[in-house]
Design a protein around this ligand. Structure first.
Ligand code: FAD
Length: 396
């Protein structure tokens, strides 16, 4: 068995792990990324192709984080020479009284105003006239924010992988599940079936598999797992175009009734529009329970929504798939960015990102995680995300 020494080991080679390794490499830290499957796999939270970038959030600190992410996307696009976001804008609409896991429209308007982010308020009629929706209840309101867009997340993942390959101090190892973490003095010894690796710092970003890694350090996080469905709908009007959108509605029994959608893009089934439910009927207790075939009821409700409220699309779901995400039990499904809890030896040398909807922050999170690992701090205020004291539990 080989043994090698590193400044930092990143556990989890999804896009956020790779973004962290890329920033560690830019600072010349000797870095190893360990990925249990292959890079750019379909088995974690980054499955599929597209994700939404948006600025509206009900909390000002989240709006700020989205704004702070923008220059890092510009930099990543430049360095990878790849267009990663189609800026078609964000449309949020629906019942103004609804509080969803994404927030509430009126609260988002307040947060946007507080940070001087331009947006337009919309009536139900305007949502129909400008954005091709139909049968929108009269009491619905909306907002349009022009800086949102559809992230080509597969290309993002590939771009980060290629940039990591070019960094002299970054090593990448796939098919390398971390199965043990031991501590010797101030150093960590990380074991995979391929070898043992010594490191000063650990950067833990294993997506929905978070507990399988932190259990090795004798703590866990209370999380629930959503096996989320996704589908594409063929355009029967070839010229129809939508922005990225989200509809806020109260559930009707098992139908969570919140849906989100994407524009038609040339990099992902160009003749189709992706629409997905933002709810799951049966949350999972363990990632191992996930299925690759979507829940038929969730797809049925999505198809009904497309039929009743969208124009220019055939409501038959095609190219269906699932994606697994871990969500904390925090009501608005926050991100957790923190050090390991203080009862873990060397806890300040272990940084973690887990839970929540974070594709839109990928390059910026990479910067934050690398700074936390190397400096123990970051210039960005992460206090709203330092939720470990609430959600980490010792397993000893
Ligand atoms: C259906 C769906 C829609 C979403 N929509 C949006 C959106 O519109 N906008 C947005 O901002 N976010 C969205 N998200 C969230 C976003 O996709 C995730 O936050 C993001 O993909 C997380 O990336 P990651 O690198 O942290 O995790 P992952 O991509 O899951 O990567 C983690 C990696 O760690 C590896 N790993 C785990 N355990 C080990 C181990 N023991 N050893 C080695 N490797 C290990 C895994 O194999 C995996 O490859 C969505 C998520 C889903 C599921």
């Amino acid at each position: 068995m080989k043994t090698e020494n590193f400044d930092a080991i990143v556990i989890g080679g999804g896009p956020i792990g790779l973004a962290s390794a890329y920033h560690l490499g830019k600072r010349k830290a000797k870095t190893l990324v360990l990925e249990q499957f292959t890079f750019v796999n379909q088995l974690g939270s980054s499955a599929g192709v597209s994700r939404q970038f948006r600025i509206p959030y009900p909390d000002e600190y989240m709006v700020q984080m989205a704004l702070d992410s923008e220059p890092y996307w510009v930099e990543l696009e430049k360095e990878s020479e790849t267009k990663l976001i189609d800026k078609v804008g964000t449309l949020w609409f629906g019942d103004p009284t609804v509080q969803s896991t994404e927030g509430n429209i009126a609260e988002a308007e307040e947060a946007l105003k507080a940070l001087n982010v331009p947006y337009t308020s919309l009536t139900a009629k305007e949502i129909e006239e400008k954005y091709h929706f139909k049968n929108i209840p009269e009491n619905y309101t909306g907002l349009f924010q022009a800086d949102g867009g559809s992230i080509n997340f597969k290309a993002t993942n590939e771009a980060l992988l290629n940039l990591c390959k070019k960094e002299e101090t970054v090593s990448l190892e796939e098919n390398a599940p971390v199965i043990a973490i031991d501590q010797s003095g101030e150093l960590f010894e990380v074991t995979t079936p391929n070898g043992k690796y010594i490191s000063k710092k650990l950067v833990i970003i294993p997506g929905p598999y978070i507990n399988s890694v932190i259990n090795l350090l004798h703590f866990k996080i209370d999380a629930t797992y959503w096996n989320m469905s996704s589908a594409y709908f063929k355009k029967n009007d070839p010229n129809i175009q939508y922005p990225t959108w989200f509809v806020f509605q109260n559930n009707i029994g098992e139908n969570g009734n919140q849906f989100y959608g994407f524009p038609s893009v040339d990099w992902d089934h160009p003749e189709y529009i992706r629409v997905a439910p933002d709810f799951v009927i049966n949350p999972l207790d363990e990632p191992s329970e996930r299925k690759l075939i979507p829940n038929a009821q969730e797809l049925g409700y999505t198809s009904d929504w497309v039929k009743d409220h969208m124009t220019g699309l055939d409501p038959t779901p095609e190219y269906t798939s699932t994606c697994l995400i871990s969500l904390s039990t925090i009501p608005n499904k926050e991100l957790l960015i923190d050090f390991a809890p203080s009862y873990v030896p060397n806890h300040k040398n272990i940084v973690l990102y887990a839970t929540g909807w974070a594709a839109k922050f990928t390059p910026f999170l990479g910067k934050i995680m690398s700074d936390l690992a190397l400096d123990g701090k970051t210039n960005f205020d992460i206090t709203p995300f330092q939720l470990g004291h609430q959600f980490f539990k010792s397993t000893k």
